[in-house]
Design a protein around this ligand. Structure first.
Ligand code: NAP
Length: 243
């Protein structure tokens, strides 16, 4: 049975991805902080899809634990999906280093730490897939979220470099740029419905991208063009805008 590891498994997006893979008869390894809160999800998945779902304690910022976390997995997953992230409070982060650091570590450093380990394993196997959920926020810095955006920009560049390196070992890397998604992370924001995806759409897009070996996907196709336009605005105009 093929297996998938989902890092940051308590998120709405991750739960939808887990259910999608369970429905496709994957063994699903759910990794999250305080993972016991996913007991009900685990039981539900085991009953409904016979998915052999297991729970694993994982903190993206506990870097020293990552090697032992990986070594302790009951099976080595054929797919590793990095979903965790932290939007944080940009206003606070501008003056509070602890908040900045939390954003950087949850969106960039933590991902690099665990995916470096996954990558070495996949190179040794000459097969495997890594998926990273990044963000269009990383495509151009804006005053309203440039700390989160810069961490995601770093993550996007990391995934691109990793894809380039791992290609030569038969390992594939998918970068996911979801656009707005209706989750706990954005529950306090008024998102434009037409531009906003549901977690299930992300899950279907991730599954399909892995099967088709896509490099970078935008969950709703038009986000690629929205971001292209945003990136084309000349800096002397862009810096005067309040975005
Ligand atoms: N929602 C959007 O519009 C949107 C758009 C683009 C990209 N994204 C990205 O999509 C991914 C999933 O986000 P979501 O929208 O589903 O939000 P979410 O429900 O807030 O999920 C984020 C998850 O990340 C986990 N996490 C944060 N710090 C962690 C750490 N140090 N160790 C382990 N887990 C940690 C959280 O765990 P706890 O439950 O333990 O806090 C939470 O389950 C994130 O990477 C996010 O940046 C979201």
């Amino acid at each position: 049975m093929p297996s998938v590891l989902i890092l940051g498994a308590a998120s709405d997006m991750a739960i939808a991805i887990a259910k999608k893979y369970a429905s496709e008869n994957y063994q699903v390894l759910l990794a999250a902080r305080n993972v016991n809160r996913l007991d009900a999800l685990q039981a539900d998945m085991n009953i409904r899809s016979n998915a052999q779902c297991s729970l694993h304690e994982f903190d993206a910022t506990d870097f020293q634990s990552h090697a032992s976390f990986w070594n302790s997995l009951p099976v080595k997953p054929s797919i590793t999906i990095c979903v965790f992230g932290y939007l944080g409070d940009q206003e606070k982060a501008m003056t509070d280093w602890n908040e900045s650091e939390k954003i950087i570590q949850a969106n960039y450093t933590g991902a690099v730490s665990i995916l470096n380990i996954a990558a070495q394993y996949y190179i040794s196997q000459q097969s495997g897939t890594i998926v990273g959920i990044s963000s269009v926020a990383g495509e151009r810095g804006r005053q309203s979220n440039y700390i989160y955006g810069s961490a995601k920009a770093g993550f996007t560049a990391y995934l691109a470099g990793l894809r380039n390196r791992l290609f030569h070992s038969g390992v594939h890397v998918v970068s996911v740029q979801p656009g707005f998604v209706n989750t706990q992370m954005t529950a306090h924001l008024k998102l434009p419905p037409l531009l906003t995806a549901e977690p299930k759409e992300v899950a279907d897009a991730v599954y399909s991208a892995v099967v088709k070996k896509k490099n970078t996907i935008y969950v709703k196709w038009f986000w690629r063009w929205i971001m292209l336009i945003i990136k084309m605005v000349p800096e002397f105009i862009f810096k005067k805008m309040k975005m």
